[in-house]
Design a protein around this ligand. Structure first.
Ligand SMILES: [Zn+2]
Length: 412
């Protein structure tokens, strides 16, 4: 059963109803328990399914449905009727996806909850969503700047049995968060995923950590090669590649049929590919192994309290290849500085992303030497929106400044 990923972003939050907990039967208690346990598990969605007369619950992490483990005994029909009643859907049959928001009280916290119901082949499909999970915890690819279209490209690459997915970002932290979010999109029940890490850190559910402390004669590349001999399908490489590790990554995809997800310090997707070539990887095997490349950049968001409209927006945008109508519609702001933002003019961050499958044209450009311009052109044809273009559009919506984009993204 598939609910649109990120459906919670469009949730009609104006239709909030409060669930009144007066039912002596445990339908209300069950709702509380579901929300409580989902929050503790860091899950964004709980799927309700019918198991005989009883309800069965499963958490969804990314694309993975994890079992609840010891579901409470609760009548499915009664629980669903209670939920529908609480959000004003009554007892009528659902004809298309309905999203309703409500709140429950847990301890002293008021928690926003969503009810998503859509018709299905075997009756209504019911999901409880938790849009208000702690910010920054378990970010999804969408949270990390991957738009709807690019998410589909990602999912296509993550379904492949083998290949090399390369994530380029200027900070190691951002690249690693993207790699973890990618792992969360993989079905960890059907595929074995391991992660080579320098330190033990929190990993997505189902991912087995392999802590590696490089020592004399035992490098991350050796640790990676040791994975190839095991019954592992997907390997996350949490190290910045050196020459040996980069070679082992390519070997994993080409020779051992593994899906490799690796990071490369770079300012964009093209830079990530060129980084592999700079490490001495032969162009032909690299072109053959690579399946997807993603570039990411983090930019500061303008402080909404003190941002000031730019005096000459058209002039500022002129050199950046926008259409006349894009320029006319642009709402360009610049930083100013106030008490709220510590005088910097910026508060918070946004992440920009560009995603491309490696097309035959990109593979050719790699084999022909991997020139920046040639590679960039093929990635755009393959559907990637260059980081700078994505950034300029973000600036045109008044969310960040043009100066910030020009500083943080390479020219395209
Ligand atoms: Zn401010």
């Amino acid at each position: 059963m598939v609910f649109p990923e990120g459906a919670d972003y469009d949730a009609p939050h104006n239709s909030i109803a409060i669930v009144v907990m007066s039912d002596p039967l445990s339908a209300s208690a069950a709702i509380l328990r579901i929300v409580e346990r989902a929050r503790a598990a860091g899950a964004r969605y709980v799927h309700l399914e019918q198991d005989g007369q009883n309800a069965r619950f499963r958490f969804r992490h990314g694309a993975v449905l994890a079992p609840w483990g010891g579901s409470p005994r609760i009548d499915y029909a009664q629980l669903v009727a209670r939920l529908k009643g609480a959000v004003g859907l009554g007892t009528r049959a659902i004809e298309h996806l309905e999203q309703r928001a409500f709140q429950v009280q847990i301890g002293g916290d008021v928690v926003d909850v969503q009810l998503l119901i859509q018709p299905g082949l075997n009756g209504e499909q019911v999901v409880i969503g938790l849009p208000g999970r702690p910010k920054g915890a378990n970010p999804s690819l969408t949270d990390l700047g991957v738009d709807e279209e690019s998410l589909q490209v990602w999912q296509m690459a993550l379904r492949q049995r083998r290949g090399l997915i390369l994530i380029g970002a200027s900070t190691r932290g951002l690249a690693q968060r993207l790699a973890m979010a990618a792992a969360r999109e993989i079905d960890a029940v059907r595929r074995r995923i391991t992660a080579l890490m320098a330190v033990d850190g929190p990993l997505p559910p189902g991912v087995q950590g392999v802590p590696v402390s490089p020592r004399e004669g035992w490098s991350p590349a050796d640790a990676l090669r040791a994975q190839f001999a095991m019954d592992v399908d997907v390997v996350l490489v949490g190290f910045t590649p050196d020459e040996g590790l980069a070679a082992a990554m390519v070997e994993g995809a080409l020779v051992h049929d593994k899906l490799m997800i690796a990071t490369m310090p770079s300012r964009d997707a093209v830079g990530a590919i060129r980084g592999m070539l700079a490490l001495g990887i032969e162009p032909w095997p690299l072109a053959e192994a690579l399946t997807l490349v993603h570039g990411a950049a983090q930019v500061r968001s303008l402080c909404t309290v003190c941002a000031t409209p730019l005096a000459e927006p058209k002039q500022a945008l002129a050199p950046h290849g926008l259409t006349r109508s894009e320029i006319n519609k642009a709402k360009l702001y610049g930083p100013n500085g106030c008490g709220k933002c510590g005088g910097t003019g910026f508060r918070g961050h946004r992440i920009l992303g560009e995603t491309a499958m490696i097309s035959p044209a990109t593979a050719d450009a790699i084999v022909e030497g991997g020139g920046r311009r040639a590679l960039a052109a093929t990635l755009v044809v393959g559907g990637a929106q260059p980081l700078r273009r994505h950034g300029i559009q973000t600036a045109c919506r008044g969310l960040t400044s043009l100066g910030e984009i020009l500083a943080e993204t390479p020219p395209c």
